[in-house]
Structures are given as structure tokens and as C-alpha cells.
Design a protein around this ligand. Structure first.
Ligand SMILES: Nc1ncnc2c1ncn2[C@@H]1O[C@H](COP(=O)(O)OP(=O)(O)OP(=O)(O)O)[C@@H](O)[C@H]1O
Ligand SMILES: [Mg+2]
Length: 301
């Protein structure tokens, strides 16, 4: 398995470079390459976690497959041999970490669903007992399961942090019909994902979906139910009152908190041991949820 920090290292020239993904604009399609970059506190580290991008991409692929009967999605193919030139000339570097997708007209809303209370939802509850306008019962503890999953949308900001908004603002932004469809779809996908994960001892605490219109149909786009877009918690370590160790880059964040670093670039050098443990966390949740997919893409992991 080879690490990939940037598609520029392959002589390619991405049209857009996110914190994690490089995107190539192909007219009515995008080629999305999930690199091994990792960010913390919104700063991209100089070090990579080799194989992390593959694990994220393989999880999205697996969920697209499982959700195919519930909602159309943007995936055309993840087979490098079917990509247009010059991308098809990099089967080893791009394999397992890339998707050719249909370009969507994106809704400017992050469709967050929370089944448990944590993160910005917990902060908002602490301020006034609500999340995105949902009034919650008194006395909830951090990480407690909510009476029912909530749709807690946020704006999609190009710069800076996304902001939680009430459902009524989504209606103003995209109209009542679309807002209702996005809310119902998000809740349905969350429940389906959470029910799938439960028997494996994995709690899906919350997640974020993105949708857009493709060929006239509301479709699921972006990444789906990955540790970058979701909180996955080990069920056997879940106790209300404290946040369980999520299957993501928490180890890296914890390490960074021990340093005298102000969360502004340049980032510090990350010890190999921290990178290795981070890799293992992603690998663990991938193997728990999708052992067959992990096997299928093993050469790239
Ligand atoms: N099929 C699609 N059509 C149009 N836009 C898409 C599609 N799939 C994903 N996107 C958009 O492509 C971008 C992917 O970029 P990426 O996730 O790397 O960066 P980001 O979301 O800006 O930052 P972050 O690192 O916080 O995720 C997102 O803005 C997403 O909304
Ligand atoms: Mg993103």
C-alpha cells in the first residue's frame, strides 16, 4: 500500500483541494480522490496516515451500496480502469481511494442527524436546552441517547465554521418540499445506518449527509457515514456523562492537546506511534462494519 498526500505527487492538477479530498472537475462529473491527509483543529498535518483515505472511501462506497434502494447517489464507478485518462493510468495510487461521480447541484445545507447528544449539540443544549430549535427534556447527560433522532441542520460555509440552523431556516433556503424530503431522507438513512451498526457493537451517535440534484432527482452526494462525517462509539464503552472514544482522529487530537501548540499552522510533527494508532482506529471500525469490503480492498489498505 502506498501513501498519498496529494494527487500533485502523481503529476495531476486538482481543481479543488479540500482538507482531505482532491477534486477534478470533468464537466458533468467529478473525480474525487480521498488522500491520506489528516487535519485537526482545522489545520492539515504535514504527516499522513497511510491508507486512511482508502478506508474513508471504502466506507462511503459500502454505504452507498446499502442505501441504494432508499436514495439515488452520485457514484458512477470506483474502478480505476473505467476512469477517464489520465486517471486510469494510476491504478495503484488511486485504487480504493477514488470515485468517479455525477456532479450535483448541491443543497447548501449540511443534513446533520443526532441520535445522541454530543459536540455542538451538547453545547447548544447547555446554553438554552435546545438544538436547532428542538426543545429537549431537562437533565440530559453528555452522550445520552436522545428520545428520538433529531434532524439538526447546519449551513454549509465555504469559509469558517458551519452554523446550526432551525428547520424553518432550511425551509426559507430551499423551500418546504425540498426541506421535508431532505429531513425525512436524513432521518431514514441515519436510522438504517444505526440499525446496521448496532449488532456489531457500534453506536452511530450522529452524522452529516449532503444532498444535491442529479438528473432532476434528489441524490446523496459527498461522503457517507465515515468517521470524518460521523461519531462512531464503541457500545461497550458508552456511559452517559462522558463522551466515549470515537473511532476517528481523537488519538491525534488528544496528542496535540498535550503539546504547547496554538492550533495555527505550521502543525507539529506527529510521532509515528500516534499515526499508527490512528490508522488502527479507522481500520477497526471498517473491519467491524464491513469485513467483506475490507477484504476486497485489502491490497490498498
Ligand atoms: N457529486 C457532487 N457534486 C457536487 N459537489 C460535490 C459532490 N460530492 C461532493 N461534493 C462537494 O465536494 C466537496 C468535497 O470536498 P471536501 O470534503 O474535501 O472538503 P470540504 O467539505 O470543503 O471540507 P472538509 O474537509 O471540512 O470536509 C464538498 O464541498 C462537497 O459538498
Ligand atoms: Mg467535506
Amino acid at each position: 500500500m502506498g501513501a498519498l498526500r496529494s494527487t500533485r505527487d502523481l503529476g495531476l492538477n486538482p481543481d479543488y483541494e479540500g482538507k482531505v479530498r482532491d477534486m477534478f472537475d470533468l464537466g458533468d462529473r467529478f473525480l474525487i480522490v480521498t488522500t491520506d491527509r489528516i487535519s485537526a483543529f482545522d489545520v492539515i498535518m504535514n504527516d499522513v496516515v497511510p491508507g486512511r483515505g482508502v478506508m474513508l472511501n471504502v466506507m462511503s462506497l459500502a454505504w452507498f451500496g446499502r442505501f441504494a434502494e432508499l436514495v439515488p447517489n452520485h457514484l458512477i464507478t470506483a474502478e480505476v480502469s473505467k476512469f477517464p485518462t489520465p486517471f486510469n493510468q494510476h491504478p495503484e495510487a488511486l485504487g480504493g481511494r477514488s470515485m468517479l461521480v455525477k456532479k450535483a447541484e448541491r443543497f447548501p445545507v449540511e443534513c446533520v442527524v443526532r441520535g445522541y447528544i454530543a459536540g455542538s449539540g451538547w453545547k447548544s443544549y447547555g446554553r438554552d436546552g435546545t438544538i436547532c430549535g428542538h426543545l429537549l427534556p431537562d437533565g440530559l447527560s453528555l452522550a445520552q441517547k436522545l428520545p428520538e433522532p433529531l434532524f439538526t441542520p447546519s449551513t454549509k460555509e465555504d469559509e469558517g465554521h458551519d452554523e446550526n440552523i432551525p428547520y424553518s431556516t432550511v425551509v426559507e433556503m430551499i423551500g418546504e418540499e425540498n426541506a421535508g424530503i431532505l429531513r425525512d431522507l436524513s432521518l431514514k438513512l441515519y436510522r438504517t445506518g444505526a440499525d446496521y451498526a448496532e449488532p456489531f457493537g457500534v453506536i452511530l451517535a450522529d452524522t452529516k449527509f449532503e444532498f444535491g440534484i442529479i438528473e432532476g432527482k434528489i441524490s446523496l452526494i459527498d461522503e457517507v457515514l465515515t468517521p470524518d462525517s460521523s461519531r462512531f462509539w464503541p457500545a461497550d464503552e458508552h456511559k452517559p456523562g462522558q463522551e466515549p472514544p470515537s473511532w476517528d482522529k481523537q488519538i491525534l487530537r488528544n496528542h496535540l492537546e498535550t503539546l504547547d501548540w496554538d492550533h495555527a499552522p505550521p502543525p507539529p510533527k506527529i510521532p509515528d506511534e500516534i499515526l499508527d494508532i490512528t490508522y488502527q482506529r479507522y481500520r477497526e471500525v471498517l473491519e467491524l462494519l464491513f469485513p467483506g469490503e475490507a477484504e476486497k480492498w485489502r491490497a490498498f489498505l
